[in-house]
Design a protein around this ligand. Structure first.
Ligand code: UD1
Ligand code: CA
Length: 420
């Protein structure tokens, strides 16, 4: 979308109800910080630029801001959402397009919804366009106050609302598009004369309406949960459920079989090829890559840095981390492979363990094509197993095994130099 839009993501809050040392927006949701989802939205919408308002624990946000090349503005005192937006003034000097206000703790929002909001804002020529939702229990949210013609007049916060206003079910999701120059004029007139003694961004609506500016709105009609803000760890767990289901649905829609979505956990950023089958009780952490026609699980744990090639079988009670498992390789039961480069058509016998940590560093194991790793083999890394080599069951491999060699015992010694 190219409409001269800048995004402002409010993320200065402490998140008191999380009871945490970590800033709220850095808490992970399916393996990625909440804030990353909001930054993803800004990227998907191709906003001209994005400014994140930071405050509590801002040094912990540095990494992710660099990753997304997002600008940030520091809000040293949290005196309200209008003050947060006002602080972008110098960063946005010379910019006179539109602003999209987003919140770092609303990771469930969908790009399609925001696209509709932006479309309405542009096509209606309004000075502000509010994303609203109708909630059975609107408690805690700002209410949308309309006149007899249905025009938006103001947003009134829960704590400042009269009984009659509290009965309004249409709420402010917090997401609002503004014409920047008009918003900043209105912000200059906002006063902290409310129950929380804060500068409310939502007061800009009342001021703009009084200035005769047109205010539009778009109501989320499908699933109001997408606008839910995350305030506590209970909210976080609920959001996790929703996000997890979205991830699973996307994979199933793209040709991956998931036998039991209720017990399958797949984090953000994973890629899984068509006709791969995921069996129950499987945990696949962020950014794992699994290609086509693989069989994964049940009871399998795939951790970051893992890549599984076509038609590999990773069976029950297995863990793989920072490893590549080649095409047609079988690792069917009770095994751990960490920091391993496993070639194609390898058999990883039951109970194989890579001893990849020497107490200080993680060490690598390389296994050549067609090798046969006997049951209960320990591979003390760093170590290399040649093509078509064989390790006997129960062997402990402490030095390299050459191609075709057969080794047995503890520590393993050569039984035959070449197989066959
Ligand atoms: C806000 C809206 C309310 C809306 C609700 C939706 C205002 C005044 N009210 O209420 O109408 O229904 O969101 O969830 O805007 N923040 C800062 N700096 C500050 C204050 C807040 O960055 O000085 C950030 C917070 O970290 C948070 C967001 O802004 O991410 C919202 O602030 P919060 O105080 O939680 O507002 P709500 O009471 O939720
Ligand atoms: Ca909030």
């Amino acid at each position: 979308m190219n409409y001269n839009f800048a995004g402002i993501i409010l993320a200065a809050g402490k998140g008191t109800r999380m009871k945490s040392e970590i800033p709220k927006v850095m808490h992970p949701l399916c393996g990625r910080p909440m804030l990353a989802y909001v930054l993803d939205l800004a990227q998907t919408l191709k906003l001209d630029r994005t400014i994140v308002i930071t405050g509590h624990g801002r040094e912990l946000l540095r990494g992710i801001l660099t990753e997304y090349q997002a600008d940030s503005v520091y809000q040293d005192r949290l005196v309200g959402t209008a003050d947060a937006v006002r602080r972008t003034e110098s960063a946005l000097k010379g910019f006179s397009g539109n602003l999209l206000i987003l919140y770092g703790d609303q990771p469930l929002l969908k790009a399609a919804t925001l696209k509709k909001l932006i479309q309405r804002h542009i096509s209606s020529l309004a000075s502000a366009t509010i994303l609203t939702a109708c909630m059975d229990n609107p408690f805690g949210y700002g209410r949308i106050i309309r006149d007899n013609y249905g025009r938006v007049q103001a947003i009134v916060e829960e704590k400042d609302a009269s009984q009659e206003q509290k009965s309004v079910k249409e709420i402010n999701t917090g997401i609002i598009c503004f014409k920047k120059d008009i918003l900043f004029k209105a912000i200059a007139r906002i006063k902290p004369d409310n129950a929380k003694k804060e500068y409310y961004l939502t007061d800009a609506i009342k001021i703009m309406a009084a200035m005769g500016e047109a205010i539009q709105s778009l109501c989320i009609s499908q699933d109001v949960r997408e606008a839910q803000g995350i305030n506590s760890r209970i909210d976080l767990a609920q959001a996790q459920k929703i996000m997890r289901q979205r991830i699973l649905d996307n994979f199933m829609a793209s040709g991956v079989s998931i036998i039991d979505p209720d017990t399958t956990y797949i984090e953000a950023g994973c890629k899984i090829g068509r006709d791969t089958v995921i069996y129950p009780f499987t945990v696949i952490e962020k950014d794992v890559i699994i290609k086509k026609f693989c069989s994964i699980g049940p009871f399998c744990h795939l951790r970051p840095g893992t890549r599984i090639e076509d038609k590999a079988v990773i069976g029950n009670f297995t863990e793989v981390v920072r490893s590549r498992i080649g095409q047609d390789t079988l690792m069917k039961h009770f095994s751990y492979l960490g920091d391993c480069l496993v070639s194609r058509s390898v058999n990883i016998g039951c109970g194989t363990v890579s001893a990849n940590f020497d107490g200080k560093n993680k060490q690598k194991t390389v296994i050549g094509e067609g090798a046969f790793i006997g049951s209960d083999t320990i591979l003390r890394a760093p170590v290399k197993i040649g093509k078509k080599a064989v390790t006997g069951c129960g062997s402990v491999i402490i030095k390299d095994v050459s191609a075709g060699e057969v080794v047995v015992g503890v520590p393993a010694r050569t039984l035959r130099k070449t197989i066959g």
